[in-house]
Each structure stands twice: as C-alpha cells, then as structure tokens.
Ligand binder design. Structure first.
Ligand code: 2PG
Ligand code: MG
Length: 428
C-alpha cells in the first residue's frame, strides 16, 4: 500500500475571479491527485464554513490563512499516512479541525484536501475515479439539469427565482441530450435578442434575467424549447431552483421584481398554477430552509408530481436527510461536497438518500473551477441527475464535456437515465 509523500496547497482563482484553495497530493508511488474548493453564493446556513481572511483586501475573500493551514497542519497530518482508506483520512481531517461548522481549518481547505486524496487514490489504482467509486457496475449516465436563465443571488437579485433549467429527459443518450440543450440555449438567446432583452450572462453562464416578472422566465423557457423544435415536457422539460431562503425576509415571502408578497398558502397556489401551465418536473428549495411546515405541505401537495429537491434545506447532511424523510419532506436531495466538508461525509449523505428512497442530484457551485471531479462522483455514486450551471463558460463546459468523454469510453454499454428519474417517482 502506497503512502502520502507530499501535500501542497496554493491559492487559485475561481469563476467569479475570487481566490480559492487548491491542494495537490503526491503519493510515494508517484501518483498525483488534485482538489479545488468551489464556492456558493446562495448558501444554506447549515453548510460547512469557508475559511476566508476577511478585511478589505479582495473583498475579504482571500484564502491565505486556509492555504497556510494546508501547507502546515494538513501536510503534517497527512504525509506518511497510507492512502488506502478515504474514510480514515477524512476522519483525521475532521478531528484535526475539531469544530462542528469546520470553521478552524475551513470547509474549503477540507474539501480540497479530501478531493485531492480521492483523486490520488484513483490515479494510484490506475482506474477512472467514477469506476473506482462504483459499488456495482452501472453504466447509466445521470440526466443533466442545465441552466438557461440565471437569477437570484447569481444575478444581483435581478429576478427572484434563482435557476431556470432544462432537462433533456426524452433524449436517447447523454450526447443527444446535450445537443438538444445547445439548440435550446441558442434559441433562448435569439428570442431575448429579438426583444432587446439580451444583456449578457449571470454567474453560472445562464442569460441575465431581464424579465418583468418571475413567471416570464418559465414562459420564455417553454417557448424557447418549442421554438428550438422540441416537445416541451416530453423531450425537454423544465426544472427550477427557487432558492426561496433568499427572498424570505422577516418571515414573509416577497418577490422583489414584481413587489409581490405571499403567505405560504398563496405561494403554494402560485407554484400549483405554474405546474398546471408549464412542463415543470422539479423544484428545488421551493420554501425557505427553516420553513419545515411549508416544505412539508409543498411535498404533500406536489411530491407525487415532481421532484421536490432540498439544497439549502438539506445541506448534504445525512442526519437532515433522515429527519426530512421521517417528516415526509422532499423526495430528492441535492448533493454538494463542499456543503458537507469531506468526500466521506458527502458519501454518507448519498447513502442516506438511498436508504430513505430519495433520488439525488450531484451539483456544482455558482463559484467554480475547471475541476470536473464532481462528474465522476455523480456517475460513480449512481446519481439520478447532475447540475452544473449553464451551457457556456469553460468552468461549466469542462464538466459537461467530461461526461461526454466518459459516455464515449463506455461504448455500447452506456445507458442514459433520461426520463427515468421522473417516471419512477416515489410516493411522498
Ligand atoms: C444552488 C447553487 C448552484 P450556489 O443554489 O443550487 O446553482 O448555487 O452555489 O450559489 O449555492
Ligand atoms: Mg440550490
């Protein structure tokens, strides 16, 4: 069994031009693995904390302290350890941090180290990471959820709903699904340009949402799918991330864009109206992260029709997933490794989702890097979907393209989950 020979941390820059942590692990057999920490903008309050320097420089986002810790404490902890057991190595990191919020070493330091160790182990074994992670052989590619319009915290609050996404559920392969999405993305841009509403892109590469009201986003998306030549719903369906914690203030839900306030009952009625009018198959964080009653009622009313996804609500926590399942809340989990802090804790959340019969979607963050490890996690763990942002900008395309290469490498054995996740919905 080979051991860890070197650990090198450095500061790199993410897709928003902010500093982030990168860690390289080199093993005694010469194999190398790299981990990069992504960063969210609409973060759940239960996420592992990022260690940032604060102060005036770089908006307080610098990570010099985190990099220093990687090159001192984390290095001292890991060098000389056998690489065989990810859970054991992650446990060492978690114990060294010693806080429940991961605030001492930082969730960003921990996830970069943990991903680097994972990638180094796969390199040492000489197998693609996705294959190393599989418990049983599975060649089914998760369905991509691809953002077309980006709002909320990723567009300075220009509209309230955060992500307007498409799901190419009727395609026969992942490659075909991506081609369909390319047509829809281009078509949505042409439609905006025709009306003088094309104003660049938001943080994840989706078009800037120059809409008059939130419903215009879903309406436009439906039209773009149709104008691109696809059956809205049957071939290309719609998913939303409402990220509702971002627009609840003092216990009140408010859509700033149209100066509209909602009680929970009114908001549920509005969602119900949208579900009747548009081919929506999935809504993430429809209510705020602490609105348990609202989330339960939403799941009761709509969980038999659509994916009810918990992101801020579940924060990739095995304990929260089990609690939600007991309370009948959500039926799908968004999985973000940096919310959990380490690969092992993320894997525990995936195991919890499988245990309670919830589907799961592996997701990138709004602040990303060129790293495509999350694609391997999604496929290796058997995710139903994966969510990476839009169909533009290379920190996003690096991930979509990585899955294309993997699909090609599988040859005729490759399957595609397509409509399957939406057709096999468990009862809420
Ligand atoms: C989300 C993610 C990705 P962020 O809310 O699902 O879209 O955003 O990384 O800002 O939390
Ligand atoms: Mg979300």
């Amino acid at each position: 069994m080979t051991t860890i020979a070197r650990v090198e941390g450095r500061r790199i820059w993410d897709s928003r031009g902010r500093p982030t942590v990168e860690i390289d692990v080199t093993l005694a057999d010469g194999s190398r693995g790299r981990g990069m920490a992504p960063a969210g903008a609409s973060m759940g309050s239960g996420e592992a904390l990022e260690l940032r320097d604060g102060g005036e420089r770089l908006g307080g986002y610098d990570v010099r302290r985190a990099v220093e810790l990687a090159n001192t404490e984390v290095r001292a902890l890991l060098v000389g350890q056998p690489i065989a057991d990810q859970a054991q190595l992650d446990a060492l990191l978690v114990a060294a941090d010693g806080t429940s919020a991961r605030s001492r070493l930082g969730g960003n330091t921990l996830i970069a180290a943990s991903l680097a160790l994972l990638n180094a182990r796969a390199a040492s074994r000489g197998v693609p990471l996705w294959r190393m992670l599989q418990e049983t052989e599975n060649h089914s590619i998760p369905v991509p959820e691809i953002q077309i319009f980006g709002g909320g915290a990723h567009a300075r609050g220009r509209c309230d709903i955060q992500d307007f996404l498409v799901v190419p559920c009727g395609a026969l392969s992942y490659a075909e699904g991506l081609e369909w999405v390319a047509e829809v993305y281009a078509c949505a841009g042409r439609r905006l340009a025709r009306r003088g509403q094309l104003q660049g892109v938001a943080d994840e590469g989706g078009y800037w949402p120059a809409f008059q009201h939130n419903e215009e986003g879903v309406e436009e998306l439906t039209r773009a799918i149709e104008e691109a030549g696809f059956a809205a719903g049957g071939q290309v369906a719609i998913a939303l991330d409402a990220a509702a914690s971002q627009w609840r203030k003092d216990g009140q839900y408010r859509w700033q864009l149209e100066s509209r306030d909602f009680t929970v009952a009114q908001l549920l009625d509005e969602y119900g109206r949208w579900l009747d009018r548009y081919p929506i198959v999935s809504i993430e964080d429809p209510l705020a992260e602490d609105d348990h009653d609202g989330m339960r009622e939403f799941t009761r009313r709509f969980g038999g029709r659509i994916q009810v996804v918990g992101d801020d609500y579940l924060v990739t926590s095995a304990a929260r997933i089990e609690q939600a399942a007991r309370a009948g809340i959500c039926n799908t989990v968004l999985i973000k490794p940096n919310q959990a802090g380490t690969v092992t804790e993320t894997a525990a959340a995936v195991a919890a989702a499988k245990r309670v019969g919830y589907r799961f979607i592996v997701s990138a963050r709004s602040g990303e890097t060129e790293d495509a490890t999350m694609v391997h996690l999604a496929l290796g763990w058997g995710a139903d979907g994966f969510k990476v942002g839009s169909f533009t900008r290379s920190e996003r395309m690096a991930k979509w393209n990585e899955m294309l290469r993997i699909e090609e490498s599988m040859g005729r054995r490759a399957g595609y989950r397509g409509a399957e996740p939406f057709l096999s919905r468990p009862a809420p």
